[in-house]
Design a protein. Sequence first.
Length: 328
Amino acid sequence: MMLNRRGVLGLAALAATPASAAAMTPVSSQLAPPDPVETIRLWPDAAPGGEAVTVTPRVVERSTDPAFHDRFAQYTTDPILTVLRPERPNGASLLLIPGGGYKWAVVDKEGLDCARVFADAGVTCFVLRYRLPGDGWAAGPDAPLQDAQRALRLVRSRAAASGLDPARVAVLGASAGGHLAGMLTARADAAYAAVDEADAASHRPDLSILLYPVATMADGPVHAGSRRELLGSAPTPEAVDRYSLERLDWTGRPPTFLLHAMDDEAVPVENSLQLLATLRAARVPAEAHLFQEGGHGFGIRLIAGRPAAVWPALVLAWGARHGWITQT
């Protein structure tokens, strides 16, 4: 599917109108869309380093409205990709990494809900359900990164067989998922030993999209909950440096898109501002959009009819400029 400029502007205008907001407001007579049926297990056998893991996986539904789901996955032991294939794929792929403060990973708000919007634009979407650092994995804070690297490699290694372009694989992460997507983007080293031929593919995304990301682990604008779950209650200075996105070496990393609301009280906008300064210093092609209002964790549904609702259109237009999708 080709995205034309009129289509992008139309999506942006529609998102900002009251009519669009009403159309997206859940009512009890509506039903949530069905879940995709295609999933991909990340690891051919057990996930690495699970000898001491004793947790029992669960998925919790928080919504009481049949019009939408609001689920989170906790204690994941068998990470998966949930696949949304568009009717007319344009060759681009998108790995989506939802947030959850590294305590859980949301399923819908920053996962399937966002994926449906990009699938409507022709992008083949893969929503990651990843392991969490506090569940006893041998890799500790690198367990989620192992899953993210493995997921990107699987998407890329299987792209050609599905008629997709292995050189057009982007990642989108939100909140703590934005931190994980940033680690995936910035870290060139492999977080695990290769397990099969898929690991010959690069885990470097071609574009990186970070929504209200948890960027820093340093005191000040840090999201304390994410830092505690990832690094413990008293992380060493070395750990803070290793897991703070703005302190990593971004030289030669792919184009990066940042989006944040300035009234975000959970993950302060300084997370994106500090990271933007690092990207500029490393000469990474970067684009940033700051909205006066929007709060935190808005995804798609929670910001309908408000200015920041244009963010998918902004991402698509930016992606077109970088060759991820075709714009006419």
